[in-house]
Design a protein around this ligand. Structure first.
Ligand SMILES: CCCCCCCCCCCCC/C=C/C(=O)SCCNC(=O)CCNC(=O)[C@H](O)C(C)(C)COP(=O)(O)OP(=O)(O)OC[C@H]1O[C@@H](n2cnc3c(N)ncnc32)[C@H](O)[C@@H]1OP(=O)(O)O
Ligand code: FAD
Length: 615
């Protein structure tokens, strides 16, 4: 769409007091990354076949999938070309890699997301060198997915019922779905797209269960794509979002795979059925850990999209004067609106920085694990659980806040805010449900509180538990250091309260698991523990309002610095030029209901009723 940039946006950009490009480079972790990102953006966004004539909302469930799969294979080809050209596109130092461009192309989810993101990365992390050499071929026929969750079990994966029984006479595993609740249910790309999968199943050797292990299974013929004998596979139906992800179900009827199809980097089953244990029980859960870490950056990116749309719209939208004799104001001038939006910008930066830090920590801990040192794994797991849970919950609440901040127009699909919300809120559940993950972190904290309570030595990271017990916390100070101290006090107080309840339940004769369940609200909820006083809260509130006023002239600059192209934002409300009403009218004209001046239903159903008395 050609035309002038909205006058209010022009003025906002003139008001900006910092160098927008400099912030973009910081977000991208360096100017060279910005340049590389823009090259990839240009390359991909110039592929004409990736653009729709009809907005995807008007397509049927089947058409949407078919459209998405067409694009997915164009993108896959590009990814392969870029890899061949040695362009590092999976570097999560920044969320602004090729994956974010896909948000624009699909306006939904790439059906190959799990193939690219989880299938290959799990093989790379958990398959032996020989297996990798065989499976990780650039021209592989395999289109895979990660198949873990079942109809009956998602959170409690030890309850998974699919079995893999070793048959030493044929040197094979027999994959089997013993009952309906054991059907695999949810995996992305499983419904129609994948011809292979990594399946999580209980390993049985000579009648002994060795717990969960990962197996590579072909499920469809590479040539005809028909399900192999003994495989029942299909798609699970429409969802709140993720509708192009082709999530599927899968059942095995004594399906045989070679022994060498168990992922054997960390654990092995030998030809004679000998089981060689892993160095750490939970290495099999490594893919979940990695995805949780990755998601923090992805959620930061979703927040930056929502903030860009809502801030630009709020600069363009004028509604009601503040003083009665004045013209109507930009809604961005209302302090309550600033409160809704600036927190989203800030949260995006927070999770971007934390996501990057976690990504680097993951790299470091993985390198240690390769050397046989598992010492840092529990802390990384505890942090990943908590941060994935909190970032997804915050992101979905803030995206929804941005949608509401755009009033009625935010309810339009063409604003793209409903789609961003549907995408973001799914992350609260997948890769570990919110409460379940918080309880994993609580388990870790309680362990160290027990040491503190028993006056045993604590690692440096938990020294503040001891400070709390000795009442060494200083009075609240309104400064970054003071805020960190305040958070430490909250964590220590919260952990103490939960621990005390747990102990009390145990003293009353409860078994540990039951006592834990009874304390679980305290284990997950924030509590009132703080060194902060009522006066401090008032001082903080007025400081906060001062800061909102300080940010106000830079609001548009701050979201421009996210540097998200219109083709990725896909929003009538958030485009760079701010021509909101023109875009809304243009999008409305694409509705199939506007194709005929009089819809044929008028003659069939309306006219016979409305004209009845007049005939
Ligand atoms: C690269 C491209 C990226 C693109 C951008 C990103 C976008 C990505 C979009 C993704 C699209 C969606 C895909 C979705 C996929 C899925 O959802 S896959 C399925 C995910 N499922 C889950 O997450 C299930 C959650 N449940 C669990 O993880 C486990 O059941 C549990 C809750 C952790 C409990 O496990 P259990 O075996 O019962 O253990 P416990 O008896 O409770 O003991 C826990 C001990 O184990 C330690 N531990 C647990 N997990 C780990 C781990 N992953 N790593 C290390 N350690 C672990 C834990 O600390 C306990 O230790 P101790 O206290 O010392 O006993
Ligand atoms: C969009 C989407 C994509 C997905 N993609 C995949 C995929 O590619 N591959 C795959 O294998 N799976 C996938 N999943 C499945 C996903 O991982 C599970 O849905 C998720 O792990 C939650 O498990 P659940 O559905 O069993 O929820 P449940 O565990 O049944 O949760 C229901 C409620 O019970 C509570 N609860 C459960 N256990 C406890 C406990 N111990 N203590 C306290 N409360 C508890 C939860 O907090 C929640 O409130 C996907 C899911 C979605 C929504």
């Amino acid at each position: 769409m050609g035309g002038r940039v909205n006058e209010d946006l022009i003025k906002e950009r003139r008001k900006c007091t910092f160098d927008i490009k400099e912030l973009t480079h910081i977000i991208d972790c360096g100017e060279e990354n910005t340049i590389k990102r823009k090259q990839i953006d240009n390359y991909i966004l110039n592929i004409k076949e990736l653009w729709d004539d009809v907005p995807e909302e008007y397509l049927s469930h089947k058409e949407r999938y078919e459209n998405a799969i067409k694009k997915a294979f164009i993108v896959l080809k590009v990814l392969r070309q870029l890899h061949t050209g040695n362009i590092q596109i999976t570097d999560h130092r920044t969320p602004t890699n090729v994956y974010s461009i896909q948000d624009g192309i699909f306006r939904n989810v790439n059906p190959l997301l799990i193939h690219i993101g989880l299938f290959w990365s799990t093989i790379a992390a958990q398959a032996s060198t020989e297996q990798q050499a065989e499976w990780l071929q650039p021209d592989s026929s395999m289109i895979g997915t990660y198949v873990q969750t079942e109809l009956g079990h998602g959170s409690f994966i030890r309850g998974i019922e699919t079995t893999a029984t070793y048959d030493s006479t044929t040197d094979e595993f027999i994959l089997h779905t013993p009952r309906l609740s054991a059907y695999k249910w949810w995996p992305g790309g499983l419904g129609n797209t994948a011809n292979a999968c990594l399946v999580m199943a209980q390993l049985y050797i000579n009648g002994t269960c060795h717990g969960l292990h990962i197996f590579l299974a072909q499920i469809r013929d590479f040539d005809t794509h028909k399900p192999l004998p003994g495989i029942k596979v299909g798609e699970i139906g429409p969802k709140m979002g993720f509708n192009t992800a082709d999530n599927g179900f899968l059942g095995f009827d004594n399906h045989r795979i070679p022994r060498t199809n168990m992922l054997m980097k960390n654990v092995q089953v030998l030809r004679d059925g000998t089981y060689v244990k892993p160095k750490h029980d939970k290495l099999t859960y490594g893919s979940m850990l990695l995805t949780r870490v990755t998601l923090i950056s992805d959620l930061a990116y979703q927040l930056s999209k929502a903030a860009t749309i809502a801030v630009r719209y709020s600069a363009v939208r004028r509604q009601s004067p503040i003083k009665s004799n004045e013209p109507e104001r930009q809604i961005l001038d209302f302090v309550s609106q600033q409160h809704k939006l600036f927190i989203t910008i800030a949260s995006s930066h927070v999770y971007r920085v934390v996501g990057l830090w976690m990504w680097n920590s993951h790299k470091r801990v993985t390198a240690d694990i390769h050397e046989g040192n598992m010492g840092q794994l529990p802390e990384l797991h505890a942090l990943a659980c908590c941060l994935k849970a909190i970032s997804s919950r915050d992101a979905s609440a803030l995206v929804e806040q941005c949608r509401l901040a755009c009033g009625g127009h935010g309810y339009m699909m063409a604003s793209n805010l409903p789609q961003i919300y549907a995408y973001t809120t799914a992350a609260v559940t997948y890769e570990g449900e919110y409460t379940v993950l918080l309880l994993q972190t609580a388990r870790y904290l309680v362990k160290f509180w027990r040491l503190a309570a028993e006056h045993k030595p604590l690692p440096q990271n938990f020294a503040y538990f001891e400070d709390y017990i000795k009442k060494n916390f200083e009075q609240w100070r309104n400064s970054p250091e003071g805020i960190i101290e305040g958070f430490k006090a909250i964590v220590a107080g919260k952990t103490k309260a939960a621990y005390d309840t747990l102990q009390c339940n145990l003293r009353n004769g409860r078994e540990f698991e039951e006592a834990w369940n009874m304390a679980s609200v305290q284990l997950t909820n924030a509590s009132e523990y703080s060194t902060i006083s009522r006066n401090d809260i008032e001082a903080l509130q007025s400081r906060y309002e001062e800061l909102l006023a300080l940010i106000r002239p830079n609001a548009v600059g701050l979201v421009d610095a996210f540097d998200i192209r219109d083709e990725v934002l896909c929003s009538t409300l958030g485009a760079y030029d701010g021509r909101v009403y023109e875009r809304m009218m243009e999008e409305a004209s694409k509705s199939p209901l506007n194709e005929d001046v009089v819809n044929e239903s008028f003659h069939k159903y309306i006219r016979p009723v409305t004209m009845k008395n007049k005939l």
